[in-house]
Design a protein around this ligand. Sequence first.
Ligand code: CS2
Length: 474
Amino acid sequence: MSARLSLGSLPAVHRPEVDPGKVSVGIVHLGLGAFHRAHQAVFTEQAAAMSGATGWGICGVSQRSAAVREQLAPQDGLYSVLTRGPGDPSVRVIGSIREVLTAPEDPDVVVARIADPAVAVVTLTVTEKGYRAAAQGGLDLTDPEIQADLAGRPPRTVVGQLAAGLARRTGNGAGPLTIVSCDNLVANGPFLRRLVEDYAAASPDAKLLAEQLESARFPASMVDRIVPATTDADRDEAAALLGVRDEAVVVAEPFLQWVIEDDFAGPRPEWDKAGAILTRDVAPWEQAKLRMLNATHSMLAYLGALRGYVTIAEAVRDEQLAGLAAELMSAEVIPTLTPPDGLDLTAYGESVLERFANPALKHRTAQVAMDGSVKLPVRLLGTIRDRLADSTEPRVASLAVAAWMVYVAEATTSGTPLDDPQAARLQAALGGAGTTPAALVDALLGVESVFGADLPANAVFRSLLVEHVGQLTR
Ligand code: CS2
């Protein structure tokens, strides 16, 4: 077995572009998953290499387990990105993560880091469910973890961490903070600001926090790169390419994109030098990405899984499914969008399907199918609402929702665990329901935290769902 990855053991050709020993922490990142390591951390390293700035190292915070710290700490925070495109895979070692914390073990250190005057930017990838938002918008103040943070324990929730960090910046010489959500949510910046404001209003530090929030900025951002879960085969392949063993390798497609609202409270890394787009209005980018890429991804995941396909690439190689994905984008989504400057939406849709077809990625349908109850509203229900308001039938988008319904019902009847933050609620809804398509649709459509009060009342949408569920279960 080869040596473990560290700066000392790494062959010179694979050294990171910037000497990690010269980089100090200026960014706190909440949610140290594979996506961050293959995306913002890569842009950050590239920006440092291009600009020569050494003050933008990342303190990465895992929100749950110590696994990431156990992988990264013995490797001086270094890890590799294994890029799988059409040709041979390539590998690159990234050194921008300079410190790794595990939030449940070190909640006070996390707060101290957010409050550190050297830190000017906090970024987040905590997934849709990590925000603990209420279905009707704003923070879910009934969430027991939020309540426990508000009661004054060292914070465990993301919003609690941000609020405690902001409060502690008062009077310690720290400048105003910029907090950048990098999750697949509609208007993620304003969305997160509202959550922190709701928390602040309910907190004993309300006055202090209101002052901090006045100067803080929450730019919206759109992030894009397909990053499947790493497998043992990936780790073996990276080891063969690197000549040392990397336990923290992440796998990604060649494509990567980051569009950020240019609204910072203070200094920021020169991410634009690394290819990020800094713009006044992220909304058209974000809508195009969520409604085109993420929506078709979810549709292929559910329809693909129902047909027994293990990976997204297999699903999109099925001509019928590829045709439906293309139709969803061209006939139903594009008419609801305003194209961002310089983006041809038709070409974008084609490129999305090409990226999904990448056979080397092995992105599992089950991985994309996770957390459907919080993904569908963001990815598909906006399109459906817009089409219905326009008196047009969202046929294909409804098929995607129907496929999710059948997927949830099949997991429930077969006793397969459903990977979803609302699994218990969904399965309870299905519990008393009959087995006809109409009964299944009515049971799930009645879950207000997913469909709101408007969609269950829409006869067109309901009948499309019943028709599709009927076909899918026949
Ligand atoms: C995927 C996304 O897992 C999922 O739900 O749709 O993670 C997708 O791969 C990324 O958003 C691509 O940027």
